[in-house]
Write a protein that binds this ligand. Structure first.
Ligand code: ADP
Length: 378
């Protein structure tokens, strides 16, 4: 504050001099001007923090000087404290403040009041500057965030596209490999010895797993590229479709499946059917030694939505993995249980593109309940 530069403008030499001395004693650097023209020149030369401006100047009226100072972008932030004779104070004060002055004092001005007012205005100026700087910083940070977001979205889209094209183009050569490996297996099978047969079965198995994986990656990336076509879907139908595709494994696992009536939602029937299919297939895959029981039900959620749950009495999932399993390729098991680690990621992508969420509640050894929300049809 003591470094602040003031410009003292007054055509009355003795009054100006007395005030300058007082302000200098208070620690300010003070420049002087005795008329409006000189004042405007000094504003550009010394770049003051505050102008103490007499209203009645011989050349340009003090209020006009103030208006010009505030109008120019290079000096608009300079504080202006106007001073005038008491007899004409009220109308001039209003006019001065309306023309941009930051404060107004009437003669006779007490030196202490003047110094205190100057300090108060300078504090205001510092606060205004800080605020303007924070605003500018915030705007810059916002701009950078937008740019980063944009770049991230684009690189995500590129990646999705790459995964889509790569998995799509890999399908064809892989199909050829699978077909011919299976053919060779059939032709050569009887002629191979045990060791050769075992090695060959590794090749057949690897080709089958790779095909499965590529199909899943393709499905997954296709979901990011194609928005779901939303139509009223009876979830009972979507569930029936999923169960139908699993008929064989339901039968061989002797699973007992209980279903309660499900609502109709806006969605893509094939995609929602896929969610049921993946979740129920997992319940079958990750069953425990106990007879498998699966329960499908729906309840209204708190936010105009439905919550659909699939509960099993299988092996369950440890707490620490419950969020991770929705990430692509995250598996908690080795080859002893076949899988690609994409099923739940696919479910999450489908549910989220329908405006819902998916989560699991489970305790290791006590089964798992997978739930997903979907907006209700209003
Ligand atoms: P995948 O079944 O092909 O491994 P998913 O994405 O469907 O891939 O599942 C990811 C992991 O979540 C599985 O490897 C499994 O460990 C666990 N998981 C999924 N569903 C269940 C379930 N119902 N009970 C126990 N664990 C499950």
């Amino acid at each position: 504050m003591s470094q602040a530069i003031l410009l003292n403008v007054d055509d009355n030499d003795s009054a100006r001099y007395a005030r300058t001395r007082g302000l200098q004693r208070a620690g300010f650097t003070v420049h002087e001007a005795c008329n409006g023209t000189e004042a405007l020149e000094l504003v550009t030369q010394v770049n003051p923090d505050l102008i103490l401006l007499d209203v009645n100047l011989p050349d340009i009226h003090g209020i006009e000087v103030c208006r010009r100072v505030k109008k120019s972008p290079s000096s608009a932030a300079v504080m202006v404290l106007q001073v005038s004779a008491s007899a004409i104070a009220a109308p001039q004060a209003t006019e001065a403040l309306n023309n941009g002055a930051d404060g107004y004092l009437t003669e006779p001005v007490d030196l202490d009041v003047l110094v205190a007012t100057v300090r108060a205005l300078l504090r205001l100026r510092t606060a205004e500057r800080d605020l303007a700087k924070s605003n500018a910083d915030l705007q810059l940070a916002n701009k950078r965030l937008k740019e980063t977001n944009h770049a991230l979205r684009r690189s995500n889209e590129d990646l999705e596209h790459f995964a889509y094209v790569a998995s799509h183009d890999l399908q064809e050569p892989l199909r050829t490999i699978s077909t011919h490996v299976q053919l060779l297996d059939r032709l050569l099978g009887p002629r191979l010895n045990d060791d050769e047969r075992e090695r060959f079965s590794f090749v057949v198995d690897a080709a089958r797993r790779m095909r499965n994986l590529i199909d899943n990656v393709l499905n997954y990336s296709r979901l990011a590229i194609e928005a779901p076509k939303l139509n009223p879907v009876a979830l009972d139908d979507a569930l029936a479709w999923g169960l139908d595709n699993l008929a064989e494994s339901i039968r061989s696992s002797s699973a007992e499946i209980t279903t309660a009536p499900l609502p109709t939602v806006n969605g893509d029937r094939a995609q929602l059917g896929q969610v049921f299919q993946n979740l129920i297939a997992n319940s079958i895959k990750y069953k425990s030694d106990a007879p498998l029981r699966i329960e499908v039900r729906a309840r209204p959620g708190a936010e105009s939505n439905w919550i659909i749950s699939i509960r099993d009495n299988g092996i369950g999932i440890e707490d620490q993995y419950q969020n991770l399993i929705f990430t692509p390729f995250k598996r908690l098991h080795g080859r002893e249980i076949p899988g690609t680690g994409i099923g739940l990621a696919l479910c999450r992508r489908i549910v989220e593109s329908h405006g819902g969420e998916i989560w699991v509640d489970s305790k290791l050894g006590e089964g798992a309940e997978f739930s997903f929300s979907l907006p209700a049809v209003l």
